[in-house]
Write a protein that binds this ligand. Structure first.
Ligand SMILES: Cc1cc2nc3c(=O)[nH]c(=O)nc-3n(C[C@H](O)[C@H](O)[C@H](O)COP(=O)(O)OP(=O)(O)OC[C@H]3O[C@@H](n4cnc5c(N)ncnc54)[C@H](O)[C@@H]3O)c2cc1C
Length: 363
């Protein structure tokens, strides 16, 4: 019997398999993919704290700024913390680390169903060899936004936004974010530089149309897509746990989920190591570490869904607060910049309005 069956060998699954295996637990990790990390849907834009966790060797770019374009004008955010990492190499590296600590990896293998009784889980796996039953103390759903483990545990699904990315042959040093609710009513569109290419993406309704429009006549090297979960769910039930996107732990403001995928696995592995009330410990410590930020981000997303289209209200505020936003801004903690703007609101509004009016008159 295994201590843990980990479903999904993405960053969340491989990282927790590594953490548990090196602590002496017997781990089986499965993924329905034929090759680790492929196909890849992710842009790989992270804060440097993710690089501190996974290694400098994965960095392929260090964009120093992000230009944000709205129907009312643009502003530029600056940061020396942004990094672009090779997402396929990340998945491969973490899976190799897990295996080197003894985790047993099975590819082209999917979870079809499972049931829990008497403190153990029996899972039915399907591979080219046919069906196989596996027994484990715990089952860990690291199987992404459309998680089968989540469904099996009877946990509700977060809202899932479908996203499209086109990779074009162009070199760039700058991230671009397009906030325009008339074109992307659910989310936003973006450009992330990645080596000799730029990844152009958008989420929600009309994303393909928007991405095609940004790409224009540029040569599209590949098209890909994925799902972004919006809003955290429950973290588990009985001996079944969810980490990463399976638990809806991406930031609802930006869609970024790599930090949470790694961090939630570390938090759960510590609770399993402690071995008492595993779910209670996981919930408590996750909320203390990064869970609060994920919940705040979801509330901010709800606020943005309501007010983002009123550009005249907030664009002048952000433009006039830009140096402070740059100082506190952090892609893993978007709420810090928002709270900064909200708290400086009463002091900024006169200068923001004057600035806005004088610019509008000039136009
Ligand atoms: C278009 C797009 C761009 C993004 N860009 C960024 C970014 O720039 N920065 C950032 O931080 N985040 C980004 N994200 C989010 C990031 O990709 C996710 O948060 C991250 O991949 C979550 O990791 P995970 O291990 O939880 O899930 P996943 O990476 O989705 O891994 C889940 C794994 O489970 C496997 N699996 C699924 N079902 C089963 C099953 N039944 N049996 C066996 N295996 C199964 C899948 O094959 C997959 O390998 C982006 C997401 C999208 C959609």
């Amino acid at each position: 019997m295994y201590d843990a069956l980990v479903v999904g060998a993405g960053p969340a699954g491989s990282n927790i398999s590594y953490e548990l295996s090196r602590k002496g637990f017997r781990v089986k990790i499965i993924d329905l993919k034929e090759r680790i990390g492929i196909p890849n849907h992710c842009s790989g834009l992270v804060d440097r704290r993710v690089v501190d966790m996974v290694g400098e060797d994965l960095v392929v770019g260090k964009p120093a700024s992000a230009e944000v374009t709205t129907p009312l004008g643009s502003f530029t955010l600056k940061s020396d913390r942004m990094r672009v990492i090779d997402r396929v190499a990340l998945d491969v590296k973490l899976a190799d680390m897990a295996q080197s600590e003894g985790a047993e990896l099975a590819l082209r293998t999917s979870l079809t169903e499972f049931h829990q009784s008497g403190g153990r889980t029996v899972s039915l796996l399907k591979s080219r060899k046919g069906y196989e039953k596996v027994e484990s103390r715990f089952i860990i759903g690291a199987d992404g936004p459309a998680s089968t483990v989540r469904r099996g545990l009877g946990i509700r699904s977060p809202r899932l936004l479908s996203s499209i990315q086109y990779d074009v042959a162009r070199k760039s040093e700058e991230v671009k974010i397009y906030l325009d609710r008339t074109r992307t009513p659910d989310f936003f569109s973006w450009e992330v530089p990645n080596g000799d290419e730029v990844e152009i993406g958008a989420s929600g309704a009309r994303s393909e149309e928007v991405v095609r429009g940004i790409a224009g006549s540029e040569r599209v090297i590949r098209k890909r897509g994925g799902l972004i979960p919006l809003g955290p769910t429950e973290l588990g039930k009985g001996g079944g746990f969810l980490i990463g996107d399976a638990a809806g732990l991406s930031k609802a403001t930006t869609g970024g989920g790599l930090y949470a995928a790694l961090n939630s696995g570390i938090t759960l592995s510590r609770a399993i190591e402690k071995g008492e009330d595993v779910l209670g410990d996981y919930q408590k410590n996750w909320q203390r570490s990064f869970g609060q930020e994920i919940s705040r981000d979801f509330k901010i997303r709800q606020l943005l869904d309501r007010y983002e289209k009123h550009y005249w209200l907030w664009v002048p505020m952000v433009s006039s607060s830009i140096s402070g936003v740059n100082r506190v801004g952090d892609v893993d903690y978007p709420s810090r910049a928002l709270l900064y703007i909200l708290f400086s609101f009463p002091f900024r509004i006169p200068s923001a309005l004057t600035d806005f009016i004088s610019r509008s008159v000039r136009i």
